[in-house]
Design a binder for this molecule. Structure first.
Ligand code: ATP
Length: 361
């Protein structure tokens, strides 16, 4: 089931000030995808999710889920949350500690007055799905954090919602468990064929989980794309910078040569992925630390060969993180942990043009 959001704005009023939490958001969330809303704290992710759920009323616009308009300011439509056919998993597990696993998961069906047999069957099926078979009688508090999160997922799924929404569901788990639960969740959702909307400010989580990511800032959607598109090929500097560590270098466009867009910058003349940008215009060259390749021995003549000096070198296990000085620019590079290098060494490195990305200033 797809979700269409048209012209949605939401204002809050606090201490005499108006806060524009959502600023004319237009967005289509495709059916059966894991779609993530990603952005810094306060950018409006939760507000947008709450508008889809029906826990907030937008000030303008329209929201449809499948063929049903669930909110329209102009047409005066407001479908209450429980009638929108949604399941929701929150940041806090929000499962009831005094209840057993069975009762927690059965709850949404019980409040709808479902028959006892149907409840037993649906709960059993859902617990099997989230791999908690045999835990029915266990008090919810006697479960690990990851298991509690699976109970919350089971409770959101038991009534077979059209769409499932997640608000930072993993942020209370420790780093290792978060990684495991993320993998599980991806596998569960992959099997379900359901539209999932996922809110997070954790870029790695967004990259690892999503089919598509919408990056938000100040109540607006800045860019939408697959994780690879957003990471390797963002259009906006803010997005390139937010989604991963990036060296951002001021550049001026020289023109196109041999299928590359050539720029002048503090690193010299650099060949970049071709972009449709005007000659003479300013742009930002974005280079991820992992695409700076140190060249050993006699440096061969290569495209984008740059000379610099290592200012600092920190061993972080899987790599060295090196700060390399080139004139007025300082670049962060991730280099081979076996490299025989020291702080102060002169180095040559290459930048693969395919990974030299030009983004709007
Ligand atoms: P976080 O990642 O910190 O949860 P977010 O991107 O989910 O942030 P929202 O919670 O949607 O952001 O908030 C968007 C903006 O609206 C923020 O400036 C926030 O302070 C403001 N806001 C949210 N809820 C209210 C409220 N009930 N009253 C007043 N302002 C609010």
């Amino acid at each position: 089931m797809d979700i269409r959001i048209r012209g949605v704005s939401k204002y809050y009023y606090s201490e005499g000030k108006t806060i524009k939490a959502l600023d004319d958001v237009n967005l289509t969330i495709p059916a059966n995808q894991i779609f993530t809303l990603l952005g810094p704290s306060g950018c409006g992710k939760t507000t947008l999710l709450r508008c889809i759920v029906g826990l907030e009323m937008p000030d303008t616009g329209e929201i449809s889920i499948g063929d049903d308009v669930v909110w329209s300011k102009d047409r005066n439509i407001s479908v209450p949350p429980e009638k929108r056919g949604l399941g929701m998993v929150f940041q806090t597990y929000a499962i009831w500690p005094h209840m057993t696993v069975f009762d927690n998961v059965a709850y949404p069906l019980q409040v709808r007055g479902a028959a006892k047999d149907r409840i037993r069957e649906s709960v059993a099926k859902t617990l099997r799905f989230v791999q908690l078979e045999g835990f029915e009688g266990r008090p919810a508090t006697k479960l690990s954090g990851g298991q509690q999160q699976r109970v919350a997922l089971a409770r959101a799924l038991v009534a077979e919602p059209r769409v499932i929404l997640f608000d930072e569901p993993l942020s209370n788990l420790d780093a290792k468990l978060r990684e495991e639960t993320r993998k599980e969740l991806r596998a569960f959702l992959g099997k379900l064929q359901i539209t999932a909307v996922y809110v997070t400010h954790d870029r790695v989580e967004a990259l690892a989980l999503s089919d598509s990511i919408a990056v938000m800032r100040s109540g607006q959607i800045i860019e939408i794309g697959t994780p690879k598109k957003i990471y390797f090929d963002a259009d906006h500097r803010f997005v390139a910078d937010f989604i991963g560590r990036a060296n951002l270098v001021k550049a001026r466009v020289r023109g196109v040569e041999g299928g590359y867009t050539m720029v002048d910058c503090g690193l010299g003349v650099i060949a970049c992925q071709q972009r449709d940008v005007a000659v003479g215009s300013e742009a930002t060259l974005c280079i991820r630390p992992e695409f700076i390749r140190i060249v050993g021995g006699e440096a061969p003549a290569a495209k984008n060969l740059v000379n610099g000096r290592i200012e600092s070198l920190v061993f972080v296990g899987e790599a060295y993180e090196a700060e390399i000085r080139v004139g007025d620019e300082q670049l962060l590079a991730k280099i081979d942990p076996d490299a025989k290098l020291d702080e102060g060494d002169a180095v040559s490195f290459t930048l693969d043009p395919a990974h030299c990305l030009l983004v709007a200033v």
